[in-house]
Design a protein around this ligand. Structure first.
Ligand code: ADP
Length: 597
């Protein structure tokens, strides 16, 4: 009972949520409910009233007036019901979906970064996000119809009880059997849904590989497509077997359901009413009204059961829906003070580990970054360089220690305001199907000044000339996904484009997290040096793979296993002759060898 109650409560929450996005829908929903219930009751009432009037020998005029009133009521109700279903529902569904989509965008923007690292959370979140766009309105429809049928069943049930309590017992009994059978069917369907998830996921995977551009090259040049099609066939065979097995299991509950609904419920009640009429226990006019009431009651009860089991079936979606709207981030709260002007960053003995990590990914790390300082962070893969940047960007909470900006803890700042201080190019930066200018500014171009800013940034990364040779210049679309004339860039050019973002930004701190891997060493050196020589008030952090490209940094930090093990200028570190010096000399020898080849 508890679960049922909480199920209704959850549906109620989702139902009410619809009115948050579409408040005026409430008026239509109430009118729809009234029209539906009135229509049901009127159709029963008219039969008993007409039979009453005939048996009393009433005047034709009176009979006609009564029928006319009935027709007007029915017409108004049916007109409204038709308008509601044909116009109100589609219109509000579109409004709801649009508002829900924006709401979900804002939710996704505010998911904590740690959520992406937790596969169970992430799976549920992406499923809920995908489904929530339409789930909410579907729940609204189901729940509204559920309420309508509850009200109708209560109203008609009361009418029948007053006339003959035994009849209601018969109908309710058969309806309860129906409920169990429908529930059993639904359970079987749900089981089928769960046990076939893997095959359907595999089918989706194969579909994806066939239409995504990144697979096209290998699909054309290797026999992988036949292999994938074979696997697809296996999945289809497996699905077929599972479905056939389920159809067999469904035969019995389906037959009992039909028997109970058509034989026990309908035929039983007609036989009973006929018997009462023959025995003269009810009059002909009551008989007519009761037959009509029985039919209506059975229909409403069946619908009530359908909608209720529909609600049971939706339980998982409702849970996901409520879960997603209730999701409260730990980091992405958008509260706290704004950073005025960046002056200094102090990392004070910070300790951090990812949710599933068994070791500390950053281990008692301290450093101070002053305004205008040009620093480089180097170290082997996995030493924690990117993780450190993510913490500077306030993607995660620390386990212990603190990060202070201008002497105030990150905990007291609004995380969005912290991020505004930075312009970062990640290793796995993205290029978007937007114009070149938008890809550089990461927003719309608003003025001539913006255009100049884009051109200047492109000039710095060595792309200006090429881009100006395109007919649409900086307004050329990147990728051909939405524009046949879109520009395609090589790996190195994409990296330059991403780096141009830094030059075009207003941020105080620039971070380059090894975005130069696809560039040749000379180009990488040129770009790193260019970034390093940015104006004095810019603070620069470069994570570099090739140490020779950052020798001019004010300070170089070497990271190892989540800690800073060496720090100083290039000359100081070379003098220390420890890991940095060894790495530097090894790389130097390697590049010299490559150049000789
Ligand atoms: P670097 O940038 O120096 O190559 P990272 O900061 O990317 O190193 O990674 C540091 C450590 O943290 C590595 O052991 C890596 O496997 C681990 N790590 C990185 N990202 C995650 C994550 N999202 N979840 C769990 N562990 C991670």
């Amino acid at each position: 009972m508890e679960t049922k109650r909480s199920l209704i409560k959850k549906n109620w929450i989702a139902f009410c949520y619809t009115f948050r996005f579409c408040p005026t829908l409430l008026i239509y929903a109430i009118l729809y409910m009234v029209a539906s219930v009135v229509r049901s009751i009127a159709s029963i009432h008219i039969i008993s009233e007409t039979l009453d009037l005939i048996s009393q020998g009433a005047d034709v005029k009176i009979l006609f007036r009564s029928l006319l009133i009935y027709c007007i009521i029915m017409f108004v109700c049916l007109l409204f019901i038709t308008l509601y279903n044909g116009y109100v529902v589609p219109r509000y569904r579109a409004i709801y979906e649009k508002k829900m989509q924006y709401f979900l965008f804002s939710k996704v923007k505010n998911i904590d970064m740690s959520a992406y690292d937790d596969p169970t959370f992430y799976d549920r979140f992406s499923r809920a996000l995908n489904e929530s766009i339409w789930t909410g309105f579907r729940i609204y429809n189901i729940f509204l119809n559920f309420i309508i049928n509850v009200v109708s069943v209560l109203a008609i049930g009361t009418y029948i009880i007053v006339l003959d309590p035994w009849l209601i017992l018969l109908i309710v009994l058969s309806s309860i059997i129906n409920t169990f059978m429908i529930a059993r069917n639904n359970k079987l369907w749900h089981q089928l849904f769960l046990t076939t998830e893997e095959e359907r996921r595999y089918q989706r995977y194969v579909n994806r590989t066939f239409y995504q551009q990144k697979y096209a090259g290998e699909i054309k040049t290797t026999p992988i497509s036949s292999l994938l099609i074979n696997k697809y066939d296996d999945a289809v065979d497996c699905l077929e077997k599972k479905y056939n097995h389920m159809y067999k299991k469904l035969v019995l509950p389906q037959s009992i359901y039909l028997f109970s609904r058509n034989i026990i419920s309908q035929a039983g009640s007609y036989i009973y009413l006929g018997y009462q009429l023959v025995k003269e226990k009810i009059l002909v006019n009551s008989f007519g009204g009761m037959v009509a009431a029985t039919i209506r009651f059975q229909n409403h009860f069946a619908l009530l059961v359908d909608y209720f089991t529909g609600m049971l079936q939706q339980a998982r979606y409702v849970d996901d829906f409520i879960w997603v709207i209730d999701y409260q981030p730990e980091v992405e709260k958008n509260v706290g003070e704004d950073v005025n002007e960046f002056n200094e960053l102090v990392l004070n003995d910070i300790v951090f580990s990812y949710p599933e990590s068994k070791v500390n990914n950053l281990n008692h790390l301290s450093m101070t970054i002053h305004k205008g300082e040009k620093i480089a962070i180097v170290g082997h893969n996995g030493s924690g360089k990117t993780t450190l940047m993510k913490l500077l960007l306030r993607f995660y909470k620390l386990q212990s220690g603190d990060i202070l900006m201008n002497d105030m803890s990150y905990n007291n700042y609004n995380e969005r305001s912290i991020r505004k201080q930075f312009s970062i190019v990640f290793q796995n930066f993205q290029i978007y199907a937007l114009t070149i200018a938008e890809n550089v500014l990461m927003r719309r171009v608003l003025s001539k000044e913006d255009e100049d800013r884009v051109l200047d940034a492109l000039d710095k990364v060595g792309l200006k000339e090429k881009i100006l040779s395109f007919p649409q210049g900086i307004y050329t679309q990147v990728t051909r996904e939405f524009d046949m004339n879109g520009a395609s860039f090589s790996g190195g050019e994409r990296q330059r484009l991403a780096i141009a973002r830094v030059f075009a930004s207003n941020a105080s701190i620039y971070i380059l997290d090894e975005p130069t891997a696809s560039l040749d060493p000379l180009a990488e050196e040129r770009i790193n040096k260019l970034v390093m020589s940015s104006s004095n008030d810019k603070t620069i952090i470069i994570i570099a793979h090739r140490l020779s490209t950052v020798v001019d940094a004010d300070k170089i930090y070497l990271m190892k296993e989540g800690q800073i093990t060496e720090e100083g200028t290039h000359q100081e570190l070379m003098k220390q002759n420890r890991d940095y010096a060894e790495m530097f000399l090894t790389q130097k020898r390697l590049y010299e060898k490559q150049e000789d080849l």
